[in-house]
Design a binder for this molecule. Structure first.
Ligand SMILES: *Cc1c(COP(=O)(O)O)cnc(C)c1O
Length: 393
């Protein structure tokens, strides 16, 4: 096969061989329904419970506060819809940000149609939410603040502790979509004042279709999937034992190697950012220069269409994305880039490269070189660029 340089880890990651090996017996040998009474089922139940303990330990939570779900989108839907329903007597106002994942934004739009009111907080030029605006937006009928831990497009890490403190001082619940941060950043739900937290397996070298929702014990919300008594009656459905085991093992590995992996990724990321900004004119880094995920680099190249760039990168064996996997294919520029104040024409020329510890320095050099070549080629075909060069002479 031709070479493949994978730099789209924010979209999904490969299952690590160790994770796959840990899951394997639960497809074939240990297939029993984890809810069964016989000892054979007990083996599956034990595996589910061990995975739950690993996740709880990683988050500084209690095991009974961890609920396995069908992924990040389900966790986000559950958190928002269930809090809205359970706390509607207190009020119908929710606060979120303009740069959330669509699993949050589209759920908010759904709730607006059901009579809830949603405030979408602004972010600054780096994508950091405005804490003063947050304080001003809280009302007596505010029931939930949902702000993502780290942005999936531009990698900016939000001031989660401060947001949690503000929420709790004002008696409002705090949910965070931590899908991009889980396994990459240290997270302690008590220290950060988090009441609900979403994470997903396939973003952390675990399997697709499994996630978690952390629900603080004191939060009284209803079930999302009605049926059997699984997950303390709050999320019915036969246990996805292999998936849950995979999520647990991926979490265990992520925790064990967190610091080492972060250091390695940060060095590669900074080499990539520096290379691009130094070698390619009119390139811009999107997101915060330092408060960003260790694997995220997001650029805008003026006078370029993001789509054309991705196609030419792909022809050179490089997988990147124009923003989020969910918006690619759509012609609208990213809502995140518009929220940080970029004009449409610049937001169109964006490129997200999300690396992993598996990438090498040689790959970074190769990608920077190819990018320089491709951006130069595309600009040479652009009448806008021609005019711009003439004018600036
Ligand atoms: C990927 C992602 C999701 C969705 O998770 P799935 O497991 O794919 O449903 C939600 N939020 C963020 C920030 C993400 O990056």
């Amino acid at each position: 096969m031709e070479q493949l340089i994978y730099m789209d880890n924010a979209a999904t990651t490969p299952v690590k061989p160790e994770v796959f090996e840990a899951m394997r017996p639960y497809f074939t040998e240990v297939f029993g329904n984890a809810s069964g009474i016989y000892r054979f089922a007990g083996k599956a139940a034990k595996a589910v419970s061990d995975a739950r303990d690993i996740v709880a330990d990683f988050l500084g939570a209690k095991s009974k506060e961890i609920y396995f779900t069908g992924g990040g989108s389900e966790s986000d839907n559950w958190a928002l819809k269930a809090v809205a329903e359970a706390y509607e007597k207190k009020g119908k106002h929710i606060i979120t940000s303009k740069i959330e994942h669509h699993a949050i934004l589209h759920t908010c739009e759904y709730l607006e149609k059901k009579g809830y009111e949603v405030t979408y907080l602004d972010v600054d030029e780096y994508g950091v939410v405005d804490l003063e605006q947050l304080k001003r937006s809280i009302r007596p009928d505010t029931i939930l603040i949902s702000i993502m831990f780290a942005n999936n497009e531009i990698g900016t890490i939000e001031p989660i502790r401060e947001i949690g403190e503000i929420a709790h001082e004002r008696g409002v619940l705090f949910h965070t979509d931590a899908v991009q941060a889980y396994g990459h950043e240290e997270i302690n739900v008590d220290e950060l004042h988090i009441d609900l937290l979403s994470a997903s397996g396939h973003k952390i070298n675990g399997p697709k279709g499994v996630g978690i929702l952390y629900i603080r014990e004191s939060v009284k919300i209803g079930s999302f999937i009605h049926g059997g008594a699984q997950e303390r009656g709050r999320r019915a459905g036969t246990y996805n034992t292999p998936g849950i085991v995979g999520f647990g093992e991926a979490t265990r590995l992520a925790k064990e190697h967190l610091a080492e992996r972060k250091a390695k990724e940060t060095a590669l990321r900074d080499k990539l950012i520096q290379g691009v900004l130094e070698q390619i004119p009119y390139a811009r880094l999107n997101g915060h220069p330092t408060k960003r995920l260790s694997n995220n680099a997001n650029f805008c190249f003026r006078f370029i269409e993001g789509e054309s760039l991705l196609i030419l990168l792909d022809q050179n064996g490089i997988c990147g994305s124009s923003g989020s996997a969910c918006t690619s294919g759509a012609l609208d520029p990213s809502h995140v880039l518009l929220a940080i104040g970029l004009p449409h024409e610049i937001a169109h020329g964006s490129l997200r490269l999300t690396i992993s510890e598996e990438n090498t320095e040689e790959e970074i050099d190769y990608v920077v070189g190819k990018l320089k070549e491709i951006v130069g080629r595309l600009r040479s075909l652009s009448p806008l660029y021609e005019d711009f060069v003439k004018e600036s002479k």
